[in-house]
Design a protein around this ligand. Structure first.
Ligand code: SAM
Length: 191
């Protein structure tokens, strides 16, 4: 059901996000919150992909896809993005599709993603962001306590990503001008 509904919506945006990374032969990519693995068919076969997700049932679907598509260079782990069990600088780049709104502690997740990604690696985030319209933005902030109870944050803005999470945003694009989801292309600059 998840794949049926969300593949249509998410896949074209994830494809654009992967293109933004500019993956080179032999690169190691970490995907945070890989879910049922709808992205798996989109990665070039010359890179290594590590996907993590905290939800076992979602991950089991991703594992089935990996087997079906015979993706030998994909490795999947049940893991909390707030506590990644990888060494520093384990990955060339990171992809975070549709996950930043559903983690309880975004700052901690971003700090972990920055830690495991190499200096100058890309961190590409695909997500809805809080509106830049002051009225809508106030409304989204207002409903945040309710949306948090339902499991997602509606108050994430570029300001939150730049200033609270300290990521260096290079480019922000959308699939179409009225698309609700942004593709945020950031570079991991280790200070
Ligand atoms: C909206 S789904 C998106 C899944 C996938 N990226 C996609 O595009 O279909 C969000 C995913 O984030 C995962 N997730 C939520 N909190 C997480 C955490 N702390 N660590 C790892 N994964 C998490 C959920 O289990 C879920 O699979």
């Amino acid at each position: 059901m998840y794949d049926f509904v969300f593949s249509q919506l998410f896949l074209p945006r994830i494809k654009l996000g992967i293109e933004k990374i500019g993956i080179k032969k032999g690169d190691r990519i970490i995907e945070i919150g890989i879910g049922t693995g709808i992205s798996l068919s989109l990665y070039p076969d010359f890179c290594n992909v590590v996907g993590i997700d905290i939800t076992r049932k979602m991950l089991s679907k991703a594992k089935a896809k990996k087997e079906k598509l015979k993706l030998g260079k994909v490795h999947l782990f049940e893991m909390d993005a707030e506590n990644l069990t990888f060494n520093d600088n384990s990955f060339d780049h990171a992809l975070m599709p549709f996950v930043i709104s559903v983690v309880p502690n975004l700052e901690k997740v971003m700090s972990e993603v920055k830690r495991v990604t190499k200096n100058n690696g890309k961190i590409v985030i695909i997500n809805h962001l809080c509106s830049q319209n002051p009225l809508l933005s106030r409304f989204e902030k207002f409903i945040t306590p309710l949306s948090m109870r339902l499991g997602w944050r509606s108050d994430i803005s570029l300001n939150v990503l730049s200033n609270h999470c300290k990521i260096h945003i290079k480019e922000v694009t959308k699939k179409t001008p009225f698309d609700p989801w942004y593709i945020i292309n950031a570079v991991n600059i280790k200070e």
